[in-house]
Design a protein around this ligand. Structure first.
Ligand code: A2P
Length: 284
């Protein structure tokens, strides 16, 4: 089970001050059912992935945990992320559900815990209070870094202004049809690492003619071109596949590069198209 050689990004915010390195390429588990998650994560680990992304909402943390336990890999070789589910924003629920996450994953310490969605208006619970509870969990030492997901600039500015603690990561929908230029500028200003979910646009971008043309020219697959675009943009990228062979080829992205013209052509695909929900429309 030798590890892929994947570059890491240092998380400079939202930690307890220790060095936390997030591998730039990880395996996503969105929509992988719990009974399939063990097999999918086992395949990912065998292929060489060491960064696994799950969430309370996915309902598959126990399956992910079984695969981690069965792998017998040294804990320090793995980077595991999970996310707080929408109904759990109240302090007691946040603490209880974090305990349940750790139990399901079978971990003493999590690498990264994120608020999954900003629910500023729909719950009656102030997002700042939820972030304060995340900080409490960070200070408990049971997580190495805390962050957020699907936060817009106003959400980020608000929690940072009130608490002074900047999220390590904002995990957002990001792919060449939604390049999120404004949000990425805010992340750079604040020192937040950007993580791309649905990096392949849930597979829809694989048939984009520009992507296919670049793939043909480089003799690689469309998925490899898109993953390479994320990596060259210093993004953390978590493509999801339930197929072991695709997991393997999706990780073969370190022996070629996109040139400036190819990167620009990919950027020019931006059309503000989402495959998932808009953060402002999410309700519990
Ligand atoms: P599957 O799980 O059947 O392999 P995203 O990461 O943007 O959410 O995209 C995930 C989708 O892309 C899934 O439907 C996945 O299907 C598909 N996918 C992932 N990698 C590849 C690949 N190399 N070739 C074709 N489809 C892929």
């Amino acid at each position: 089970m030798s590890a892929l050689s994947v570059p890491a990004i240092a998380l400079t915010r939202g930690t307890n001050g220790e060095e936390v390195l997030i591998p730039q390429l990880g395996a996503g588990t969105y929509k992988v059912a719990d009974d399939e998650a063990e097999r999918v994560v086992r395949d990912a680990l065998e292929v060489g992935y060491r960064h696994i992304d799950t969430a309370q909402m996915y309902g598959n943390e126990a399956g992910v945990g079984r695969a981690i336990a069965a792998s017998s890999l040294p804990r320090q070789d793995l980077f595991i992320t999970s996310k707080l589910n929408n109904p759990n924003h109240r302090r007691d629920d946040t603490l209880r559900s974090f305990d349940a996450t750790m139990e399901a994953l079978g971990l003493e310490v999590l690498d990264l815990f994120l608020i999954h969605w900003p629910l500023a208006d729909s719950t009656g619970i102030d997002l700042v209070d939820t972030w304060r509870t995340m900080i409490e969990i960070l200070h408990s030492g049971r997580v190495r870094a805390i962050g957020v997901s699907n936060f817009q600039p106003d959400h980020l500015h608000r929690i940072v202004e009130v608490t002074g603690v900047v999220p390590a990561v904002n995990q957002i929908e990001l792919h060449p049809w939604l390049i999120q230029a404004e949000l990425r500028r805010v992340h750079t200003q604040l020192g937040i690492a950007t993580e791309s979910w649905s990096p392949l646009g849930r597979g829809r971008l694989l048939s984009d003619p520009v992507v296919v043309e670049i793939a043909t020219a480089l003799e690689v697959s469309p998925a490899q071109v898109i993953i390479r675009w994320h990596l060259q943009n210093s993004l953390v990228v978590i493509p999801k596949s339930t197929h072991r062979q695709r997991m393997a080829t999706n990780a073969e992205v370190f022996a070629f590069t996109l040139d400036d013209a190819q990167m620009s052509a990919m950027d020019a695909l931006d059309r503000d198209v989402r495959t998932g929900s808009h953060p402002d429309q999410i309700q519990v």
